[in-house]
Design a protein around this ligand. Structure first.
Ligand SMILES: C[S@@+](CC[C@H](N)C(=O)[O-])C[C@H]1O[C@@H](n2cnc3c(N)ncnc32)[C@H](O)[C@@H]1O
Length: 259
């Protein structure tokens, strides 16, 4: 599984993400938290607003939205992700579904968010059209995705591992480039009202969790085989205490539907 990249839809997405739900929560669940405050602020998500988190994963943002007083829903195609998010946050409505086919009525939300998820949709335009459909007039869409690879230490590690095994690394997808989110939102007929870039460092407390995090979803044999390449590539990011801290960035953008 390409944790730090684009990894577009492949028809088996729900099952693949389900298989890593527990590991995602443990190793990656906190990654996007620095992107939430600017996103929620620009989107106007707060007490009483009806907010949908698309690709909600194990529900970290769902919990944050509930704590902020929002009437919160989450949707994700991976049953185990939905199960975990729903179990953690019974006050939210969390259901199975994907960004291109949202199981909600027209105009049901004031804000639709997608954090580290829109890049997984088969068709970005279809996903944004669905977001616009479930928004009330004047509602807002907020997206956060990985910034371009050159800003991310995780990409350095993933590229080194790929090179060690003579594999090709796909180029950055269009959402990752400067202006990429804004272009997608504008192309969907939405008006951009704010955008920015935010640091999202990833920390792994030890070698084991570094390897399992970078190689999320790989089997035990692959973990053993690739561990030396991962550890070598991540050596520049090792702290004196034996943990790893990888600097990365997310870009975010918020747009509104025509009032
Ligand atoms: C990288 S995880 C991010 C989860 C969560 N948003 C977070 O920030 O921790 C991507 C999530 O998107 C979901 N996903 C994959 N394809 C999707 C699609 N087409 N529409 C909506 N969500 C999708 C996956 O099941 C997974 O839970």
């Amino acid at each position: 599984m390409d944790v730090g990249g684009d990894d577009g839809g492949d028809g088996g997405t729900g099952e693949r993400w389900s298989s890593v739900a527990d590991a995602w929560a443990e190793l990656w669940g906190a990654l996007a938290a620095p992107a939430w405050p600017p996103l929620l602020s620009a989107a106007g998500a707060g007490p009483g607003s009806r907010v949908l988190d698309v690709g909600c994963g194990t529900g970290e943002l769902v919990g944050h939205l509930l704590a902020a007083g929002a009437v919160t829903a989450g949707v994700d195609p991976a049953p185990a992700m939905v199960g975990r998010a729903a179990e953690r946050h019974p006050a939210a409505t969390v259901v199975e579904g994907d960004a291109e086919h949202l199981p909600f009525d027209d105009g049901a939300f004031d804000v639709v968010l997608a954090v580290n998820a829109l890049q997984l949709a088969d068709d970005t335009g279809d996903a944004l059209a669905e977001a616009a459909r479930v928004l009330a007039p004047g509602g807002r869409v907020g997206i956060a995705c990985w910034a371009e690879g050159s800003r991310n230490d995780l990409d350095v590690v993933e590229r080194a591992v790929a090179a060690a095994f003579e594999e090709d690394v796909p180029p950055d997808g269009p959402l990752r480039a400067p202006g990429g989110l804004e272009a997608a939102l504008t192309g969907a007929g939405l008006e951009v009202v704010g955008s920015g870039i935010v640091d999202v460092p990833w920390t792994a407390p030890d070698d084991d969790r570094l390897v399992r995090g970078v190689l999320l979803g790989e089997d035990e044999r692959t973990l053993r085989e690739l561990a030396p390449a991962v550890l070598a590539a991540a050596a520049p990011f090792r702290t004196p205490g034996g943990a790893y801290r990888l600097a990365n960035a997310f870009r975010w953008a918020v747009a509104r539907t025509p009032a």
